[in-house]
Design a protein around this ligand. Structure first.
Ligand code: TPP
Length: 623
């Protein structure tokens, strides 16, 4: 069936039975692709039927469909011109794992970070109304993403303005892990009245066919209905804030889904359709462990086992060390924004359930909540991925740093993250944290240094940032490791030809480069910055004055990071005749691809840096 489908026009010609067969084909296809490439599996398998129904009733070329987070849009991509390309999804120079407006007209809004779809839908609907256009605007959002504050802000706005927007709540009772929010408690009350709406639609259709009195009966029942609903669910939250609530409905019954979507399409008011789906649908191993198959590396379809065994990564190192610190200090607590396992907090959560808080996808709340804990003397560790920290910027400035509170902000997935791409790379954090007063910014070169920095962070009563990358340590096993001293960098090798200043995991690259330079009789002074703020001007200036050439390496944008720190320093001190070159990312949004591919493209790979140093020194020495 999949072979004969090339667009949603083909889809619209199919019978329900044929669509059900197509759904099975698509699930198989997605499973094959993700088992080879890695990617988001369980969420995609869960929305195949919903996508088929949605794109049968609506026209993605005309109507606007916004996929919240966007990790579940594989079926949409298959139906909209990217069936073959799906085989290479998430690979360098191939289609992205998330909706991209530049990939297709049918991707109406870029997503990647959660809880944005309803706000975007509201904007697009208002633009439609102002332009006097007629299409539908639909946001598809999961129950996890609905816990994000923005989603609730947008519902609030749409409800009171009575804007014609359709919100499809894809409720699978899961965020990445189990959804344990208060909102989920409310949704479970709604789930309890399964198929209420569908039986309503079906009864209405039958009644309307009765000659003369059919329509009158339907009208009378409709009046009664609201009263009955209020009896069944005392607090109809969605209806009370201005939405027409339809559901709950079985998200795997394409026929029922199409009926309810057609009904929603006719209405000129805000509508929320509550759809119940199963994460991992059709692949038993993922159905049983949807959290493990939310995002996965390549795996064996038969067993579900990863093709490569997972080795220790920074998140695990962080989680293990936190348990050790917490055993010695009962003020230490941990906060996650729906990423317990991703940030390495799984064991901490089991060991210290009272000191562990999963706030849902609510980074802003997580940070101000941490501020509240800190002002009362607790020591919160808040590991959040770098790109999601972006969302809590004002909370960091206004609630934490302005009050100089002792919150330890652990920036996981800093730098290039790989296949998730531009929305998920963590290449801005050094810059956006650097401009905030009071904050102390550190980045470790390896696991051991991360542990030491965590110990150090507990001792200093200030807002602290510790940033570390996705994955494990570099190949370079650096044995030297001096104690952490406030503001102090670490000199890993002395030399007089060139200073190489690096931060975080880039220090490994600097050391490796220096060894290769040595073979060419070039002696590099390698400095591990350790602190970006406060910055160790003394050590670095001393080195620059000696070598007259400084190379900086960071996996961050060059705008406002380590490199610009040095440029400002050189300018402020009026140093002349210094050669400076900064390696980092230019002022662009970096696409998806492996770390190696991306580094090569942007000249941040070892070979490019090595060649640059060699040729610069050659020219400088007039050779
Ligand atoms: C702001 C932000 N924080 C965290 C994440 C990481 N994340 C991606 S998907 C997801 C869970 C989404 O759950 P839900 O919306 O219910 O979708 P499902 O995968 O269950 O279909 C999370 C926490 C994110 N994408 N954006």
């Amino acid at each position: 069936m999949l072979e004969s489908i090339n667009s949603t026009k083909d889809l619209k010609k199919l019978t329900i039975k044929e669509k059900e067969i197509l759904a099975e084909d698509i699930r198989k296809y997605i499973l094959e692709v993700v088992s080879k490439n890695g990617g988001h599996l369980a969420s995609n398998l869960g929305v195949v039927d919903l996508t088929l129904a949605l794109e049968s009733v609506f026209d993605p070329e005309v109507d606007k469909i916004i996929w919240d987070v966007g990790h579940q849009a594989y079926t949409h991509k298959i139906l909209n011109g990217r069936k073959e390309e799906l085989k290479n999804i998430r690979k360098f120079n191939c289609i992205a794992g998330f909706p991209k407006t530049k990939e297709s007209k049918t991707d109406s809004f870029n997503t990647g970070h959660s809880s944005t779809s309803i706000s975007a839908a509201m904007g697009m609907a208002k633009a439609r109304d102002l332009k006097q256009e007629k299409h539908s605007v639909i946001a598809v959002i999961g129950d996890g993403a609905l816990t994000g504050g923005m989603a609730l802000e947008a519902l609030n706005h749409i409800g009171c303005t009575k804007t014609n927007v359709i919100v499809i709540l894809n409720d699978n009772e899961m965020s990445i892990s189990k959804n344990i929010s208060g909102l989920n408690m409310f949704l479970s009350k709604l789930r309890a009245r399964k198929s209420y709406t569908m039986s309503n639609i079906k009864v209405r259709k039958v009644l309307e066919k009765i000659p003369f009195i059919g329509k009158i009966i339907v009208k009378t029942i409709r009046r009664l209905k609201r009263g009955i609903k209020q009896l069944i669910i005392p607090k109809m939250y969605f209806e009370d804030i201005g939405f027409k609530y339809l559901g709950p409905i079985n998200g795997h019954d394409i026929e029922d889904l199409e009926s309810i979507l057609k009904k929603a399409k006719e209405l000129d008011e805000p509508v929320l359709i509550h759809v119940l789906t199963k994460k991992g649908k059709g692949y038993e191993i993922a159905e049983n462990k949807p959290d493990k198959f939310h995002a996965t590396s390549p795996f064996d379809i038969k067993t579900g086992k990863p093709l490569k065994e997972k080795t220790k990564d920074y998140s695990k190192c962080f989680g293990d060390k936190l348990i050790e610190l917490a055993s010695k200090n009962d003020r230490i607590v941990a906060i996650t924004a729906a990423m317990k396992d991703g940030t390495g907090l799984g064991e901490f959560a089991s060991k210290y359930p009272d000191r562990f808080f999963d706030v849902g996808i609510a980074e802003q709340h997580a940070l101000t909540f941490a501020a509240g804990l800190a002002i009362e003397g607790m020591i919160p560790f808040v590991p959040i991925y770098s790109s999601f920290y972006q969302r809590a910027y004002d909370q960091i400035i206004h609630d934490i740093c302005m009050q100089d509170l002792h919150v330890i902000m652990c920036i996981d997935r800093a730098g290039i993250v790989g296949a998730d791409g531009e929305t998920h790379h963590g290449i801005f954090d050094l810059s956006f944290f650097k401009i905030i007063p009071n904050v102390v910014i550190m980045a470790p070169k390896n696991f051991k240094e991360l542990e030491k920095m965590m110990e150090f962070a507990v001792k200093i009563r200030k807002p602290v940032v510790i940033r570390y990358p996705r994955g494990g340590e570099g190949n370079e096993k650096i044995k030297k490791s001096y104690p952490i001293i406030f503001r102090k960098s670490e000199i890993l090798s002395f030399g007089s030809d060139v200073t190489i200043l690096a931060i975080g995991n880039q220090v490994n690259k600097a050391v490796s480069i220096s060894k290769k330079l040595k073979l060419n009789n070039i002696n590099a002074e390698v400095i591990n910055a350790r602190f970006l703020k406060p910055f160790d001007e003394y050590t670095v200036l001393k080195s620059i004055k000696k070598t007259k050439t400084i190379i900086t390496i960071e996996d961050n944008t060059l705008v406002g990071g380590l490199g610009s720190e040095i440029k400002e320093l050189i300018a402020n001190k009026n140093l002349n005749n210094i050669t400076i070159k900064s390696f980092g990312y230019p002022d662009v949004f970096v696409e998806h691809g492996s770390v190696d591919e991306i580094e090569k493209k942007y000249g941040l790979d070892e070979e490019s840096i090595l060649n640059y140093i060699k040729s610069t020194l050659k020219n400088k020495n007039g050779e």
